[in-house]
Design a protein. Structure first.
Lengths: 282, 277
């Protein structure tokens, strides 16, 4: 640990304040708990909420993994991982199975999570109703009264315009049959992984000063219509590196002729498959 | 001074209207509302019977819109009660209900048509979604059915059904107002509050809207409280008329009776002020 910083950067009082918010969030699944978000040494929108949550729950024995859109090796992920290695001296990893805390920007790892792991999500806009109703006072009332019919208007509009529910990320969910929740901009492909997960899910929105949570084994239902049920995106291609057909694929343009290939968004998942001998699609 | 003509009203009528088909749908007594020191409603008594259209007339600032706000519970009056007869025959005070219960009742039994359709519509989403939203709020989750309902209601308010996917921002003022009416009636309410529904529309569009309203009200057996400063609108639509001045009801009676034989000095002034073309 580098001298001059408290363990995990934040002072102990701040960490306590955030932990109290987290405890409340866990006690009321899906409810957005306000907290006194601090200035962090990175701009709002780069993961200040997630980083504060991680700093508050981090212990000496924890092993931290940070992903950005599924990748361990992008700027944001590398920087945050190095930040905590420096100010907390904790071990870091890129392996999902080895991590105890996984801070993520917009993906849930393909490797199934296990009990005892904690996912920390970076959330830009925690309020799912803001799309229709900009007044925070009204939205809080809607949450209090579980008055969520308006959310379906967005899905209805999707079907009108695109013939299907075109919302493909930040897809609204109902947590434990009560609170409507924005799952942060994860692809809807990852929504089923929230449902009854054995891991604890924590969501931190730094700029918006909100923390919410999904405790382990909590039912999480994606909103839909009876005749337009929730469905996952599928690819006809396989990963060009590991040949996986079931994971979330990123499309990479190769040249101006429209050639493209697909690779797993989850780099750890892809690397593990390759190490185990899986070959890429031609 | 001619005394106020007021409807007799039993203030302690709570819960004893059950099973009586002849009970008023809405029974308002002693309603008082003040904006700070400025009194907007002073001791207003009112009844609305099922299937009846009650017009509230009076000049600007006489408390008409405040009265509507107090009826639906948007404004909390300083005194008085608004007794509403629920579907199961119970009389509840809109202002003593819990917020959740009041919202539920407003959704299922009330419609509120605003003077400015932009206040009552979502301009950014399609007309179909505007009509379907109250149904979605009530828990309907079948897209095809919602869309069929929306199309049916657009047809009933004379909006071409091929406009179902257009946002109301692209509609004319008269169409927006008709759309707002469809959005309010789709849940099959029992009482609809209308605040100057024809305000800001030119006369030929007004006439069509009034025709439409008259037909819908008759078809659906709706109770309507219609706020208007236009006595011709009251004459055309309303069964009974209430005249307000300075937050007080100065005269009530059958519409034709009040307009043809006004008793109160202010009503006489109001009636004689109408321009005769």
């Amino acid at each position: 640990m580098t001298a001059g910083y408290n363990f995990a950067y934040l002072d102990e009082q701040t960490k306590r304040m955030i932990r109290r918010a987290i405890l409340k969030a866990v006690a009321v699944p899906g409810y957005q708990v306000p907290f006194a978000s601090r200035e962090m040494p990175l701009p709002f929108g780069w993961g200040t909420g997630g980083i504060q949550v991680t700093a508050s729950i981090l212990g000496h024995a924890d092993i931290l993994k940070v992903i950005d859109q599924g990748a361990d090796d992008t700027t944001n992920a590398v920087s945050i991982r190095r930040f905590f290695a420096r100010v907390a001296g904790v071990a870091t990893t890129t392996r999902t199975a080895a991590a105890t805390i996984i801070q993520t920007r917009h993906r849930i790892p393909e490797t199934p999570l296990r009990a005892g792991q904690i996912m920390v999500f970076q959330v830009p806009i925690p309020e799912p109703l803001r799309w229709l109703e900009p007044r925070e006072s009204e939205n809080r009332k809607s949450h209090a009264m579980a008055d969520y019919g308006a959310m379906h208007v967005k899905l209805y509009e999707d079907i009108v315009r695109y013939g299907q529910i075109a919302t493909s990320y930040d897809y609204p969910v109902r947590v434990a049959g009560r609170y409507l929740m924005a799952p942060s901009p994860i692809p809807k492909f990852d929504n089923p992984k929230l449902d009854r997960s054995p891991a604890l899910m924590l969501f931190g929105a730094g700029r918006e000063k909100r923390i919410y949570a999904i405790p382990p084994h909590t039912p999480v239902v994606s909103l839909d219509f009876e005749d337009h049920p929730f469905s996952l995106q599928r690819w006809t291609e396989a990963c060009s590196q590991c040949g996986d057909t079931a994971s979330f694929l990123d499309e990479i343009l190769l040249d101006d002729q429209g050639n493209r290939r697909f690779v797993c968004s989850d780099t750890d998942h892809c690397a593990a498959r390759q190490a185990a001998g899986a070959g890429g699609a031609p | 001074m001619i005394p106020c003509v007021s409807v007799s009203f039993d203030a302690d009528a709570d819960d004893d209207d059950a099973g009586d088909g002849e009970a008023p749908l809405l029974a308002v007594s002693g309603l008082c509302f003040a904006y700070g020191a400025r009194v907007a409603l002073a001791d207003v008594d009112l009844t609305v019977w099922p299937g009846e259209v009650l017009a509230v007339a009076g000049e600007s600032g006489s408390g008409k819109t405040t009265l509507l706000g107090c009826l639906s519970g948007e404004l909390a009056p300083q005194a008085g009660r608004v007794g509403f007869l629920t579907r199961d025959g119970k009389r509840v005070d809109m202002h003593r209900l819990g917020e959740a219960e009041r919202r539920r009742l407003l959704r299922t039994d009330w419609g509120i048509v605003r003077q400015n359709p932009r206040d009552g519509l979502r301009l950014g989403v399609s007309a179909g979604a505007n009509v379907g939203e109250p149904l979605m709020v009530l828990g309907h989750r079948h897209y095809g059915w919602l869309r069929a309902q929306a199309g049916d209601w657009l047809d009933r308010v004379e909006i071409p059904t091929d406009r179902i996917d257009d946002p109301p921002a692209t509609f004319s003022g008269g169409m927006q107002q008709r759309l707002q009416i469809a959005r309010n009636l789709v849940t099959d309410p029992r009482i609809v509050l209308m605040d100057e529904p024809t305000g800001g529309l030119d006369v030929s569009v007004q006439a069509r809207l009034l025709d439409l309203l008259r037909r819908l009200v008759a078809d659906l057996d709706l109770a309507v409280v219609l706020v208007t400063h236009d006595l011709a609108v009251a004459r055309l639509l309303a069964d009974r008329l209430v005249v307000m001045k300075d937050g007080r009801i100065v005269e009530t009676g059958l519409t034709d009776q009040v307009l043809d034989d006004p008793q109160h000095a202010y009503t006489q002034l109001l009636v004689s002020s109408v321009l005769q073309p």
